[in-house]
Design a protein around this ligand. Structure first.
Ligand SMILES: Nc1ncnc2c1ncn2[C@@H]1O[C@H](COP(=O)(O)OP(=O)(O)OP(=O)(O)O)[C@@H](O)[C@H]1O
Length: 252
């Protein structure tokens, strides 16, 4: 399932935050990178149908996003917010079960299918061991893994994840990158990441700066590397000496 943005322009207040953004997001793991304020979260919110835009079109599987009924869209597009909201009083399991809401009927009764999806999502982010603890009893990184599990529990074919690795330690960041790579073989995974070394493991990078797409392509594309250096004003250098390019801070 793909998401296609064509010439999207979006304003927040009086500011034009996205200008002429076009991109095709399809099966695979794409990471959006760019400096603070580049418009990454705004683009993700537009793609999720959470923010109206003033120009252009966004289509999910060939149909304008706005034409999808909210529940139809919610079972196809999962969303993880940058600072995800969750009730501190809920248990981990109940929080992850909220990801099943778009699937539940009018009575809202979860069945075996929902339980299985919740178990699989908790296993994927390693939070099943504390499924009966409340969110208020978790650390920042543990909470983040629960919120990611909530998004995964939707079993949506399109995952839009705003800074999913926030608060995570190195082993869990690596585990997530592996998960996204694996999911990317069947799903459309779009993440916003600030961690460039990790971002370069995505199948494709979308470099955003000043609300415009500077480049969109493979992690080994020199045009993408040049756009990264451009976007970060030379604070980043790309080392292409190894089997896979690395983005490194350039301290001069
Ligand atoms: N409610 C708002 N009203 C006006 N401008 C806003 C509003 N929210 C965000 N902006 C501006 O829109 C621009 C894009 O914001 P956005 O959150 O999309 O950036 P980002 O690339 O995700 O940044 P970061 O890396 O800091 O998370 C920023 O310049 C920001 O100041």
């Amino acid at each position: 399932m793909n998401l296609i943005a064509a010439d999207v322009g979006a304003r927040l207040g009086a500011r034009e935050v996205l200008s002429g953004v076009s991109c095709v997001l399809e099966t695979g793991w794409t990471t959006i990178v760019g400096p603070n304020g580049a418009g990454k979260s705004t683009l993700l919110r537009v793609l999720a149908g959470l923010l109206p835009y003033q120009r252009g079109t966004v289509e999910l599987d060939g149909r304008p996003l706005a034409d999808w009924a909210p529940r139809e869209r919610a079972v196809r597009v999962a969303w993880l917010a940058q600072a995800g909201e969750a009730s501190a009083d809920l248990t981990v399991r109940d929080t992850v079960m909220l990801g099943r809401l778009p699937h539940l009927g009018l009575l809202g009764t979860a069945g075996a299918r929902d339980d299985a999806a919740v178990d699989a999502a908790m296993d994927a982010t390693e939070c099943r061991d504390w499924q009966y603890r409340r969110l208020q009893q978790l650390s920042g990184g543990e909470r983040q893994r629960v919120l990611l599990a909530r998004a995964l529990a939707t079993e949506a074919p399109v995952l839009l994840l705003d800074e999913p690795t926030t608060h995570l330690d190195a082993p869990h960041q690596v585990a997530l990158a592996k998960l996204f790579r694996r999911l990317g073989t069947t799903h459309t995974v779009v993440s916003v990441l600030h961690d460039l070394p990790l971002a370069l493991h995505a199948d494709r990078l979308l470099v955003l700066c000043g609300g415009r797409v500077l480049a969109h392509g493979s992690h080994d594309d020199p045009v993408v590397h040049a756009a990264l250096v451009d976007a970060f004003g030379g604070a980043v250098r790309i080392d292409r000496s190894g089997a896979r390019a690395m983005a490194l801070p350039d301290l001069g």
